[in-house]
Write a protein that binds this ligand. Structure first.
Ligand SMILES: Cc1cc2nc3c(=O)[nH]c(=O)nc-3n(C[C@H](O)[C@H](O)[C@H](O)COP(=O)(O)O)c2cc1C
Ligand code: SF4
Length: 365
């Protein structure tokens, strides 16, 4: 039988009931200390109940200084465990696997109380005006420990998997890109194209939480002059696969300055599934499971990408915000009549639902 959107898939020791995954745009529902609120829990319950196989919970900052936006989930907070456990339980009860994305914003971090911004090195991107200092080796060691502690918290909270955020302008992407990494130590591009940091993160996570499914969000292209192309992504992914990544969640673009900005590659003017062809090349090269993200608006389009082996899963971000009932049409795409997402950038805080319909997310399900 051909693979389809409704067919199950085994990843590591877990079975995903279908090929649809809720992507992790930030819900912006945490409190100002980065702790989970009742609104956060309700939001993730609703996502799980849409019928997706797994819900990736928004990039959790591995330390307070790794946060990129206000109300950003802080997995290092001493009181975070109870809220995180409730999220994982609600997702599971909703019928989906809970996966926590681990995030560090690097030079895109918020500045607190006049503290300086640290990054891999000063970015070679003109619009970056902030004075960014290179992380010292001691600081990098501390960040690696933060990742490990965050993984242990996720495991204790009952998550089934972790996703290492290596795209969307995160610290890991900043290590990988020539536009943000000009270091000449072992973390520089001369050492496996800047992959040394991410390899240590993955190794650390595999060490402490070997039974969790491990995804990695990866940008196939920086989409900026002088930035990385797909060959760099393939070379890095081969190393990350060796370290134990189970699946790559692919996107494109490098965001520096404002990680909440939405890349034009998935904006209003972009075609449907803009990254599908690159994802197919990548999947063929690395011979490993792939989650395709970005502008997947119709079950028919998603089904075609799976059955033609462009990818093994699709992830749905604003699409699911606009059309929470989309997954229920996976086996009958011809009956689907959902309105396409306008990519109007209004739903920056995903939990608010799609105001374009004037109906809150909760009431459409
Ligand atoms: C405001 C905003 C912030 C986002 N931040 C993240 C993030 O922190 N981590 C991540 O993996 N994806 C992030 N995304 C990307 C989404 O997960 C998703 O891949 C993207 O929106 C494309 O899917 P869509 O076309 O269905 O929205 C963000 C998206 C938006 C709109
Ligand atoms: S607010 Fe705009 S971008 Fe968000 S889901 Fe609705 S149509 Fe899409």
């Amino acid at each position: 039988m051909n693979s389809s959107l409704t067919s199950p898939f085994n990843l590591g020791s877990r079975t995903f009931k279908n090929r649809m995954i809720a992507a992790p745009p930030p819900s912006m529902t945490c409190d100002f200390n980065g702790l989970v609120t009742a609104e956060t829990i309700e939001y993730y319950q609703r996502l799980a109940e849409t019928g997706v196989a797994a819900v990736i919970v928004e990039g959790a900052a591995v330390s307070a200084s790794a946060r990129a936006w206000t109300k950003h989930l802080d997995v290092s907070h001493a009181d975070v465990l109870s809220g995180l456990s409730q999220i994982a339980e609600k997702i599971r009860r909703g019928g989906a696997l809970p996966i926590l994305q681990l995030y560090h914003a690097g030079c895109n971090s918020l500045t607190f109380e006049g503290k300086r911004l640290y990054g891999v090195s000063n970015p070679l991107i003109k619009k970056t005006t902030a004075d960014i200092r290179p992380l010292s080796l001691e600081m990098i060691d501390q960040i690696l420990r933060d990742y490990i502690e965050a993984a242990v918290v996720a495991w204790n909270a009952g998550f089934s998997g972790l996703e290492v955020q290596g795209a969307d302008g995160s610290l890991i992407q900043q290590f990988l890109s020539p536009l943000t990494n000009t270091r000449d130590d072992e973390y520089g591009l001369k050492n496996a194209g800047g992959a040394f940091f991410a390899r240590q993160v993955i190794r650390g996570l595999k060490n402490v939480t070997p039974d969790l499914t491990l995804s990695m969000r990866l940008s196939l292209k920086d989409l900026l002059p002088g930035g990385n192309g797909i060959k760099n992504a393939v070379a890095a992914a081969k190393l990350f696969k060796q370290e134990g990544i189970d699946v790559f969640h692919v996107t494109e673009g490098l965001l520096v300055g404002n990680p909440i900005m939405i890349h034009p590659a998935v904006g209003k003017e972009a075609p449907e599934t803009p990254f599908a062809e690159d994802a197919q090349i990548f999947k063929h090269e690395i011979d490993h499971p792939v989650i395709l993200s970005g502008k997947i608006d119709r079950p028919a389009a998603a089904d075609q990408k799976i059955s033609r082996d462009f990818c093994d899963f699709v992830s749905l971000g604003r699409t699911l915000n606009r059309n929470p009932r989309l997954p229920s049409f996976a086996g009958k795409p011809e009956e689907y009549a959902g309105l396409p997402c306008l990519r109007c950038k209004v739903c920056i805080a995903a939990a608010k639902g799609c105001p374009d319909k004037h109906i809150p997310f909760a009431r459409i399900i």
